[in-house]
Design a protein around this ligand. Structure first.
Ligand SMILES: Cc1ncc(COP(=O)(O)O)c(C=O)c1O
Length: 427
């Protein structure tokens, strides 16, 4: 719950910005920060120095972030190291730079290009903005970075099979076609000029777009086939939002690099980072001279942030919050499904504890409302007037509450959203 300065209460239906995953008001995290500040408030994280909380966090992550072992792809070596930054966009920047660095290290300096996807969101920095597939973020800051391409999204509700399939008898599923569209982009540019594909396992800010099950295994195979590094942007999906610790686990896929932020500290202090698969981590450690991985910031591995992250991850484990996220998520989806009977609810979708309701002018044709009608913003205002807070992409209303959200709170969220849609669309 959020309380404004007039004492009005709001359900925090997006857990801040998808990040306050264990919920607000956790004294334990405040105490972890206090303890750390009292003993060592700051230590450099540059090569040659670090702090105990950063080491502990790296070790914890190695246990939970695509660890080697049972259930993994044959030969998967696990993540071999982590770099800590302060925000998600900064982590994306570090990951893309690392992809370029990796190919230069292997005498393939032309491999610098980046492929993002439509509806993807990756942050505000120049690389992250350029790879963001939501054009509203671009106009006043263009030109975007050269060499960053935007490929199609697998968006099941809006995937245009007629446009993308090879005729009526194309045997491929929509998920396979969507993955192949990325391969086509790689081939069009030339694999020798592409460093990485940057993609969210479930597109979040773009409207909780859950890909078909056959999408990720195919995309993984495409990246491997073309020597293109796969960067999973798990800044929303990391730390159990979709159930498993990291979302690609569901599809039996491991990324070469993984970006995380938000939930690692539940937003109590800023922290983000990148995980590197074993060979990349080892190469970073052993590179020297001109090939040194020359990338670090004043606040890399900030001890207070890492101490809070350790306490936060311990709470998630201790309280079984990932399991709760999965369970509350299916409860939320089931309840949201009751809104499908409304005349303008085109689709209700989600995975784990992230969900969206897409409003349309016409359910049969899936035609969108004209932007000038501002249906989404009006629904948003109506939900706020009823005591709920979240965010939208156009006419898609997103929900991603904290993992320990209570059943009556979930029920009230759905009720508020239903009433608000009814009020605005009159149906
Ligand atoms: C998937 C994803 N990537 C990157 C970012 C950028 O993170 P930050 O705002 O911490 O820079 C966000 C933020 O919402 C995000 O949702």
């Amino acid at each position: 719950m959020l309380v404004d300065h007039d004492g009005r209460e709001f359900l925090d239906a997006l857990a801040g910005l998808w990040n306050v995953i264990i919920g607000h008001g956790r004294e334990e995290l405040a105490q972890a920060a206090q303890r750390q500040m009292s003993s060592l408030a700051y230590a450099s994280g540059y090569t040659g120095s670090t702090s105990l909380p950063a080491i502990e966090l790296g070790e914890r992550l190695q246990q939970i972030c695509y660890p080697a072992g049972e259930g993994r792809s044959p030969g998967w070596p696990g993540m071999g190291g982590f770099y800590f930054a302060t925000g998600g966009g900064e982590a994306v920047d570090a990951a893309v730079k690392t992809a370029r660095w990796w190919w230069k290290l292997h005498d393939r300096p032309e491999k610098t290009g980046v492929i993002g996807r439509r509806y993807g969101y990756h942050g505000t920095g120049m690389v992250a903005m350029s790879a963001t597939g939501l054009p509203a973020y671009w106009p006043m800051f263009e030109p975007r970075l050269a060499g960053v391409e935007i490929a199609e999204s697998p968006y099941p509700y809006r995937f245009d099979r007629q446009q993308h399939a090879r005729g009526h008898d194309d045997p491929r599923s929509n998920g396979e076609i969507a993955a192949d569209l990325i391969e086509e982009t790689i081939e069009h540019i030339g694999a020798d000029r592409i460093a990485c594909v940057l993609a969210e396992p479930v597109q979040g800010a773009g409207g909780v777009i859950v890909p078909p099950d056959d999408y990720w295994p195919r995309l993984r195979a495409i990246c491997s086939r073309h020597d293109v590094l796969l960067i999973a942007d798990e800044i929303i999906t990391g730390f159990g939002r979709t159930g498993p610790w990291f979302a690609l686990e569901r599809w039996g896929v491991e990324p070469d690099l993984v970006c995380f932020a938000k939930g690692i500290t539940s937003g109590y202090v800023p922290l983000a980072g990148v995980g590197f698969r074993q060979e990349i981590a080892e190469a970073i450690r052993s590179a020297e001279g001109r090939t040194t991985w020359m990338h670090a910031a004043t606040y890399s591995g900030h001890p207070v942030a890492c101490a809070v992250a350790n306490a936060n991850l311990a709470i998630i484990e201790r309280e079984g919050l990932r399991e709760q996220a999965a369970e509350r998520g299916s409860m939320l989806l089931k309840q949201l499904a009751t809104l499908s009977t409304l005349s303008h609810v085109g689709e209700v979708r989600g995975l784990g504890l992230m969900a969206a309701v897409e409003l349309v002018a016409n359910k049969e044709t899936r035609e969108e409302f004209p932007a000038t009608e501002k249906i989404g913003p009006r629904v948003h205002a109506a939900t706020q007037a009823r005591g709920m807070f979240s965010r939208l992409r156009g006419d898609v209303y997103n929900l991603a509450p904290c993992y320990p959200v209570e059943t009556p709170q979930l029920e009230r969220m759905v009720e508020i959203l239903g009433e608000s849609i009814h009020e605005v669309t009159g149906a």
